[in-house]
Structures are given as structure tokens and as C-alpha cells.
Design a protein around this ligand. Structure first.
Ligand SMILES: CC[C@H](C(=O)O)C(=O)SCCNC(=O)CCNC(=O)[C@H](O)C(C)(C)COP(=O)(O)OP(=O)(O)OC[C@H]1O[C@@H](n2cnc3c(N)ncnc32)[C@H](O)[C@@H]1OP(=O)(O)O
Ligand SMILES: [Co+2]
Length: 134
């Protein structure tokens, strides 16, 4: 089911400060901020040879990461995103195995313009998993 690791996401209290730190201190290539109101976050991607790091901050009152940042005010690793060839096939197989797919179970369009789904962190040892169809 799983293809490449597409990105590891870090929730941050201040996206501009975090992005500049990756640029200035680590010499990294960082994309410009992308507001994703449907997802309640603003993101940038730190691009490295074999994967990406997504930095994200809350956008709007109902951000799904607000509670995470209340618990982790300095920020922290938020989710792992794996690529899948067929997100519906993957979702159906996971649900048959009792995995909780978050939201209404229908894929939404993610930051890369591809369909994404999220799997409950309690079903994977406390790790929120995102699937992105490539
Ligand atoms: C798609 C655009 C972009 C992209 O890459 O393309 C993104 O990745 S956007 C990313 C932001 N969107 C999401 O995260 C959507 C999925 N997330 C959710 O639906 C919520 O964050 C949820 C349900 C995972 C947690 O929501 P909330 O914290 O409000 O609920 P609870 O307090 O009830 O949490 C339940 C339980 O899970 C623990 N938790 C929460 N977040 C995480 C996490 N990121 N990693 C690990 N564990 C997490 C939380 O502490 C609770 O545990 P408990 O022991 O019961 O206290
Ligand atoms: Co993501």
C-alpha cells in the first residue's frame, strides 16, 4: 500500500520565524507560504533530496492543529505523509481493518493539489498519518 514518504510535518507557533530559521540556519530551500483555508492551516515545504518537511501553523478559528499546539506550545512533529497509488482502495482496505479514517472519509485536496486522507493517531501508535494519492 505505502509508496514514498512524501513529507514529515511539524506544527509551529510562528510559520515565518520557523521558515526563516530553516533558510538562514540550515541553508534550506523553503517554499512560500500557502494558505489552505479548507484545512485550517498555512504551510511551507522545506525541500530536500529525498523528501520534504512541511511546516504548518493554524489558520482561522477552527484549525485542526490548534489543540495540538496548545498541548505543544513550542511546536512538534505533527504527522507523516505517505504516498499511495489509489487512495480509495487504500481507504477501503484500512476501514475493513478497523482503522479510523478522519473526517467524512472522503479525500480532500491537499497542498500539492492531490487527494489526501488522514488516519486516526490512536490507530498508529500515537502518530497521525496522512495518505496522498500520487
Ligand atoms: C492537507 C493539507 C496539508 C497537506 O499536507 O497537504 C496538511 O497536512 S494539513 C494538516 C492539518 N490537518 C489535519 O491534521 C487533519 C487531521 N487532523 C485531525 O482531524 C485532528 O487534528 C485530530 C482528530 C487528529 C486531533 O484533533 P484534536 O487534537 O482536536 O482532537 P483530540 O484532542 O480529541 O485528539 C485525540 C487524541 O489524539 C491526539 N492527537 C491529536 N493530534 C495528534 C497528532 N498530530 N499526533 C499524535 N496524536 C495526536 C490527542 O493528543 C488526543 O490524545 P489523548 O491521549 O486522547 O489526549
Ligand atoms: Co501534510
Amino acid at each position: 500500500m505505502l509508496g514514498r514518504l512524501n513529507h514529515v510535518a511539524i506544527a509551529v507557533p510562528d510559520l515565518e520565524v520557523a521558515a526563516e530559521r530553516y533558510r538562514a540556519v540550515l541553508g534550506a530551500t523553503v517554499t512560500e507560504p500557502q494558505a489552505l483555508p479548507d484545512h485550517g492551516v498555512t504551510v511551507v515545504f522545506v525541500e530536500v533530496a529525498n523528501t520534504k518537511t512541511e511546516l504548518l501553523e493554524p489558520l482561522g478559528e477552527a484549525s485542526p492543529i490548534a489543540a495540538f499546539l496548545e498541548k505543544n506550545p513550542a511546536g512538534g512533529i505533527h504527522h507523516m505523509c505517505y504516498e499511495v497509488e489509489d487512495i480509495i482502495e487504500a481507504r477501503d482496505a484500512l476501514q475493513v481493518n478497523g482503522v479510523r479514517v478522519l473526517g467524512d472519509g472522503e479525500p480532500k485536496t491537499g497542498a500539492h493539489g492531490k487527494p489526501v486522507l488522514f488516519l486516526h493517531p490512536k490507530d498508529f501508535d500515537g502518530t497521525l498519518i496522512e495518505l496522498e494519492q500520487v
